[in-house]
Design a protein around this ligand. Structure first.
Ligand SMILES: Cc1cc2nc3c(=O)[nH]c(=O)nc-3n(C[C@H](O)[C@H](O)[C@H](O)COP(=O)(O)OP(=O)(O)OC[C@H]3O[C@@H](n4cnc5c(N)ncnc54)[C@H](O)[C@@H]3O)c2cc1C
Length: 383
C-alpha cells in the first residue's frame, strides 16, 4: 500500500521544515568542505528519505511518482549536492531493482537500501557512450553461474560511496540495444570492482561522482536485473522516472530562488525606494513565477501518468527539459535581481546558479529530451 494523500501532505511540511531548519544552516559548510556532515546523512535515514520509493514491504515509504515528486520539490529548496546524494539513490539508483528485480534480490538488498545502510548508484555512461547510450563497451560474459564484467563507467553519481550499483553491459554485441544489453546489480565488494578517479565539478559540491572499473568482475547470475538482453528497455524505464524526480527538484530550487529574490527586492533600497517598485524587477519576478508554475504542472502531469501505469516517456522528457531550463533562467534572473551579491560565493544564489547547469545535461541532455519528444510526436502522427 502506498502513502495516503494526507500522509504525503504531512511529509511535505516535515521536509520543508527539515531543509529550512536543519540542512540550510549547513549549506555553506557543505560548499566549503565538499562534504556532507554525517549527522545530515543520519537525519535523512531517520526521516526515511533513502526509502522514498522503495515499497513498504521492503522497509521503505513506498511513495508513488506523485508523492515522490512532491517530496523532491521540497528537497530541491536546499543544497543540491545534498539532494543529489539522496535522489541518485532513491531514483536511478534503486528504481531498476524495485521495478524489475527478482523477489530474491529485492529481499536481499532493498531493506538495507531503504534504511540508507546501502547506498545505490546507476552506471550507464561511458567515455564512448554518453547520449548514445547504446554504444557501450562494458561487456558481460557468462561463465558457469556467474557473469564476468569488463569495462569502465564514468561520471557516476555516488560512485565513490555506493555499495550497490545498477550497471549496464553488453551481453550480445550483434543484438545491441535490441536484446543485447543487460542490467546487473553489482556490489562494491565483488571481486574485480574498483572506483577510479573522482570528478572535479562546477557545482553539486558534497555530491561525489567518479569512474567505476570492472576487471573480470564476478557477478552472480541471480544479480541480473530484469531479463537478460532487456537492459536498454530497463534503462529507459529507470531514466523516465528519474527525469520526473529531477524536474521536481528543479521546480523546488526555482521556487526557493523566487522567494529569495522577492524578499531581497522588497528590502534592497536604491534611489530612495525598494528596487521592487521598478517594473524591470517586477517583470523578472513575474516571468520566473509563471515559468516555474508551468514547469510544476508538466512535472505533476508526468508523475500522475506514471501513477496511472503509463510509461509517460514523452511527458517525463518534456518535464525534465522544461523544468531544468526554467531553473537555469530563474537562477540567472535571481543573480540579476541580487546584483553584486548574486555573484558573491558566500550567498546561496551563486551556488544555485552553478548547480542549475548540470540539470540540462545529466539523465539525458536536453537535446536528447527534444529528440525523444519529437520522435513520439512524429510516431503519433504517422499517416
Ligand atoms: C555530474 C554528473 C553526474 C552524472 N551522473 C551520472 C550517473 O549517475 N550515471 C550515469 O550513467 N551517467 C551520469 N552522468 C553522465 C551524463 O548522463 C552524460 O554526461 C550525459 O548523458 C551526456 O553524455 P556526454 O557527456 O557523453 O555528452 P555527449 O553525448 O558527447 O554530448 C555532447 C553534446 O552533443 C549533443 N548531442 C549528442 N547527440 C546528439 C543528437 N543526436 N542530437 C543533438 N545533439 C546531440 C549533446 O546534447 C551535448 O550537447 C553524469 C554526468 C555528470 C556531469
Amino acid at each position: 500500500m502506498s502513502a495516503t494523500a494526507s500522509e504525503v501532505s504531512q511529509m511535505k511540511t516535515m521536509i520543508r521544515n527539515f531543509v529550512e531548519n536543519e540542512v540550510d544552516p549547513y549549506a555553506q559548510q557543505i560548499e566549503d568542505e565538499n562534504h556532507i556532515p554525517q549527522h545530515l546523512v543520519d537525519k535523512a535515514k531517520e526521516l526515511g528519505l533513502f526509502g522514498l520509493s522503495i515499497p513498504e514491504e521492503y522497509g521503505g515509504i513506498g511513495l508513488n511518482a506523485t508523492g515522490k515528486a512532491i517530496v523532491l520539490e521540497q528537497l530541491g529548496r536546499t543544497h543540491n549536492g545534498y539532494v543529489s546524494l539522496i535522489s541518485a539513490h532513491t531514483g536511478i539508483g534503486s528504481t531498476g531493482l524495485v521495478r524489475l528485480g527478482s523477489e530474491q534480490i529485492k529481499q536481499k538488498y532493498l531493506p538495507d537500501m531503504a534504511a540508507g545502510n546501502l547506498i545505490g548508484a546507476f552506471a550507464l555512461s561511458e567515455p564512448g557512450a554518453g547520449s548514445d547510450a547504446t554504444n557501450l563497451s562494458t561487456k558481460a560474459e557468462k561463465k558457469g553461474n556467474k557473469w564476468i564484467l569488463n569495462g569502465l563507467k564514468h561520471y557516476i553519481t555516488n560512485g565513490p560511496i555506493a555499495d550497490v550499483i545498477t550497471v549496464f553491459a553488453i551481453t550480445d554485441k550483434e543484438k545491441g540495444a535490441k536484446g543485447g544489453i543487460t542490467a546487473f546489480l553489482v556490489e562494491k565488494d565483488f571481486p574485480g570492482f574498483s572506483v577510479g578517479a573522482e570528478d572535479k565539478k562546477m557545482g553539486l559540491r558534497g555530491s561525489h561522482s567518479s569512474q567505476i572499473i570492472f576487471e573480470d568482475c564476478e557477478v552472480p547470475e541471480e544479480n541480473v536485473i530484469g531479463q537478460v538482453g532487456m537492459g536498454y528497455v530497463s534503462a529507459l524505464t529507470i531514466l523516465g522516472e528519474g527525469r520526473v524526480g529531477l524536474a521536481a527538484r528543479a521546480v523546488g530550487s526555482s521556487e526557493k530562488l523566487i522567494e529569495m529574490s522577492a524578499r531581497y527586492a522588497n528590502e534592497r533600497v536604491q534611489f530612495g525606494k525598494p528596487i521592487a517598485v521598478n517594473q524591470g524587477i517586477q517583470w523578472m519576478l513575474a516571468d520566473m513565477a509563471t515559468e516555474t508554475e508551468a514547469a510544476k504542472q508538466l512535472t505533476m502531469k508526468a508523475a500522475s501518468l506514471i501513477d496511472e501505469g503509463k510509461k509517460a516517456i514523452k511527458e517525463a522528457s518534456m518535464a525534465k527539459m522544461f523544468a531544468s531550463e526554467v531553473f537555469n533562467k530563474v537562477a540567472d534572473k535571481a543573480v540579476q535581481i541580487h546584483g553584486g551579491m548574486g555573484y558573491i560565493a558566500e550567498y546561496p544564489i551563486e551556488r544555485f546558479y552553478r548547480d542549475a547547469r548540470i540539470t540540462k545535461i545529466y539523465e539525458g541532455t536536453n537535446e536528447i529530451q527534444r529528440v525523444i519528444v519529437a520522435k513520439h510526436i512524429l510516431n503519433e502522427n504517422k499517416i
